[in-house]
Design a protein around this ligand. Sequence first.
Ligand SMILES: [Zn+2]
Length: 426
Amino acid sequence: MNKILIISLSALLSAPAFAGMQPFFAKNIPEEWPSYEIKDYNGQVEDGYDGPLSNILVIYDPSIKPEQLNRYLVQQTAIANKAHDINNIKYRRNVVAAIPMKLEGDNVAEVADSFEFGAFDEIRRKYGASVVSLVINSNLADGQCGVQTSYHTVTAFNEPCSLPTLLAHEWGHVDRLGHEYEHTWSHFEDDNYAWRCGGKPTIMSADLNYDQFDLNEFYSDPNVTRGGEACGTVTANNAKVLLETISDIEYARWAQVPPLEKIGNVTIALDENQSSEFEKVITVTRDGDVSQAASIEVYSDAVTAVPATDYQELAKRVEFAPNETTKTVTLQLVNPAPADAICDDGERALKLGTRWGEKLGSSNQLDLTVKTPEDTLASCAKDKESEPTPEKPDNGNGGGGGGGGGGSTGLLSLFSLALFLFRRRN
Ligand SMILES: [Zn+2]
């Protein structure tokens, strides 16, 4: 068992302003994040690619918002694959499914201690993945953002751990890459030799308190140069280690579990008759060889609609039994409480698609619009005449004007309480 601490909390807390890369963490979407199409989720590997494929099953804490997580995953695989291109290595990381599951433990160290070697083997085989990446919430009591053990990685998804190369780093460990230090000392036995180039550390650097968001997006490699400086030596050469690892079929993780064969595609459609202003009903139909069990995830992705305000984010895995061809899923549109009603009857857009199929591909995407239900607009604050604050009668015997104010206060208190509970749950 090889567990590796990679980033100290103190290093993260002294992080400089982001430079060069986009930070990826739970709070900065949907406004700041790109919106993705089906092809981005299902096309992390370009058409026609025929080289080694590191298929990854992601298991994530159910409290993590799926749209945030999924954009994060696409970004992380894109960075890992870009690194392979820069290092001139034919190799691709590819998320094949993301499954919500509550794990034991409140931080990376506790979660990593809670399972044994060989855990999650059955589920990784179900999805044709060789690597299992656990993405968790963390109280940061252990001061760690990520570890790797065997074919598992455990990483925290929060602002202090928003390193854009975090998963690429841990996936590197899965493939036997050691740390690269910019100093000659090290407290890790398995470290490679120190390296950085052009003033920036590489992905496998373990000492990231220097411009952590402005990394070299590749592994150490004497054949790669930045600013005329070679980014590796004979001994600091993680590119070579990676190439040797993925070529070593006896060891290579990527070769341990065969990828799944695609047996058909899935089409989604809006069932207008069953849908209402509070709920959209989506039919999910598969074609091809329907004799085998298979599954696929139906997901939502914000365009101008706001998750949790205009609709409830969707990340629903639809399981087809043998010979079952059609299922339905529902997208819940939020019925806004008066306190947070959107005072706008305009249409707001989102997309639905299918991704990360178990033996299934995706045929289409739905562009949907939602609008605030008519009968909630009346209670929306902006639509109401502003009411003068009722004056309290001096004698305390109760004038006629107090009732409406009391009702509003009660409602406001209730809303505050709901917010408080929500925060407590975090
Ligand atoms: Zn590490």
